[in-house]
Design a protein around this ligand. Structure first.
Ligand code: 5GP
Ligand code: ZN
Length: 116
């Protein structure tokens, strides 16, 4: 498994050791604004449990994956957006740079398909 705890950026944000602009929290996840937003709303929904990617999280705690999706919808709706895009980048070729599972929630502009 990749970095955990002290070595993992998102473990450090979830624990409060590194500050972030938190918009919502539950017992299993923390939602905070992406440092480099790609849409007017760009929030990362991050499980408190460390897993390297979404598939590993699904194996370890499937109900937490559902909780991320529900919190993503809530964050978008609370910001006034009916439509939102949810993205799990998995692996370097897919653009994953932080190896602690996280759900990107993007909203507030019209989006193209296919993604780049
Ligand atoms: P990935 O590329 O792994 O799918 O997504 C990682 C995301 O984390 C990127 O969109 C990047 O902008 C964001 N990010 C990286 N470091 C930080 C940080 O220290 N704080 C916040 N809020 N976002 C970060
Ligand atoms: Zn972690």
């Amino acid at each position: 498994m990749a970095a955990v705890g002290d070595d993992c950026l998102f473990c450090r944000i979830v624990s409060g050791e590194i500050p972030a602009d938190v918009v919502a929290e539950t017992d299993v996840a923390v939602a905070f604004r992406d440092l480099n937003p790609q849409a007017p709303l760009h929030v990362l929904v991050v499980p408190r449990l460390h897993a390297a990617d979404a598939a590993e999280l699904a194996d370890a705690a499937p109900e937490t994956v559902a909780a991320l999706v529900r919190l993503g919808r809530q964050v978008a709706a609370d910001a006034g957006h009916d439509s939102h895009r949810l993205v799990f980048n998995t692996g370097p070729d897919a653009g994953q740079t932080v190896f602690h599972a996280h759900l990107h929630v993007l909203a507030g502009r019209s989006m193209s398909w296919p993604p780049g």
